[in-house]
Design a protein around this ligand. Structure first.
Ligand code: NAI
Length: 347
């Protein structure tokens, strides 16, 4: 397909997976290292479409700029779209995303964080390489029989629950749209959030970032939690109020935190900043805790997921340029696949 795509925030692994899959599509893709934002949006000049990622800014300024250059489609190569001003986009530019590429990847990484924090394998790795074979301080607990609270039982939450049931854990779940059939089949219980806060030994955040979920893990929520609770966030950074998290870690209320996302991650994650000072004091403080394990938004990062992301993104673009129904469109009106029922585009 002889259409040109401006691909923002590209990394070597993106170029590889997209170039491989693009052999079957034939788009003319230009890879830009820069994030898409108010300064870089003008790079979209002379392109037919734009491809963006989680930490790109797709606000009103950027939308107006790309539209000014004739772009009518922005393809997000991710599932979350909290970085998009849907109101500003509606009627001007189509937005498509990758609703699912590998729930396994994120669920499995979530479990990796839990197990590493529990059994402190990240510490053991350094100890043994340093000739230190002491196991003092590495005491963990059996996952079997413990209670885990899963907040958000979509594709990732469900897959996570299935893995954790394999450990013999007692699973409590919260979702405003509970799937009782799934609950019956997996022998889990939906409860209000407060019950999860009170009873869970481990809490995992697997819900999207919305007006309702922003800052949900705040001082008040942490106050209700069990002493020594483990919090895992592979959802979005802003689900957690970082000040409250640090407070909880300092007091010992939070026993461990596994963070694949961070509320101000966009300046740091996916970049090598190892030769620079960390100017973000909250991030720097988090990294001083021995019981915090941070990964830089890598939960999605498996070979299978990358392949699926490239395939769905290029297919979304193909659907647009061929004039077809955009099954993975998002819009502020529907806040889900746009006009699916009518099988039509919203505008
Ligand atoms: P999904 O759309 O399948 O499921 C989301 C679930 O959250 C739905 O069941 C929904 O009802 C529920 N939900 C909505 N509002 C809620 C609330 N107020 N409280 C609790 N639950 C609520 O999405 P999926 O694929 O399971 O992904 C979940 C989130 O994981 C995404 O929104 C994204 O933010 C994050 N994610 C992170 C990745 C990473 O690499 N760290 C990769 C992919 C997704």
């Amino acid at each position: 397909m002889n259409k040109t795509i401006a691909f923002f925030d590209s990394k070597p692994y993106d170029k590889k997976s997209f170039s491989d899959v693009n052999k079957d599509f034939g788009f003319d893709i230009t890879y830009f290292d820069a994030h898409l934002d108010a300064q870089t949006a003008r790079l979209s000049d002379n392109f037919d479409g734009v491809c963006a990622f989680v930490n790109d800014t797709i606000d009103a300024v950027v939308i107006n700029e790309v539209v000014k250059h004739g772009v009518k489609i922005i393809a997000l190569r991710c599932s979350g779209y909290n970085n998009v001003d849907l109101n500003a986009a509606f009627g001007k530019v189509h937005l498509v995303r990758v609703p699912a590429y590998s729930p396994f990847a994120v669920a499995e990484h979530t479990v990796a964080l839990m197990l590493s924090l529990n059994r402190k394998t990240y510490k053991a790795y350094h100890r043994t390489r340093d000739g230190n074979f002491s196991i003092n301080g590495l005491l963990g607990f059996d996952m079997h029989g413990k209670t885990v609270g899963v907040v958000g039982t979509g594709q990732i939450g469900k897959r996570l629950i299935m893995i954790l049931k394999g450990f013999g854990m007692n699973v409590l779940a919260y979702d405003p749209y509970p799937d009782q059939e799934f609950a019956r089949a997996t022998d889990i219980r939906y409860t209000p959030l407060e019950v999860i806060y009170k009873q869970a030994d481990i809490i995992s955040l697997n819900c999207p970032l919305t007006k309702e979920t922003k800052g949900m893990i705040d001082l008040n929520a942490i106050e209700q939690m069990k002493q020594g609770v483990m919090i895992i966030n592979t959802g979005r950074g802003k689900l957690v109020d970082t000040y409250a998290l640090i407070n909880g870690l300092k007091s010992g209320k939070i026993g461990a935190a596994g963070l694949d996302v961070y509320e101000e991650e966009s300046d740091y994650f996916f970049e090598d900043r190892s030769l620079e000072l960390i100017a973000d004091d909250m991030l720097a403080r988090l990294l001083t805790f021995p019981n915090v394990l941070m990964t830089a938004h890598q939960a999605f990062f498996t070979a299978e997921a990358l392949h699926n992301i490239a395939l769905t993104t290029l297919n979304n673009l193909k659907e647009y340029f061929e004039g077809g129904f955009l099954k993975n469109e998002i819009c502020y009106k529907c806040d889900k696949p746009c006009r699916k029922e009518e099988n039509k585009r919203c505008f």
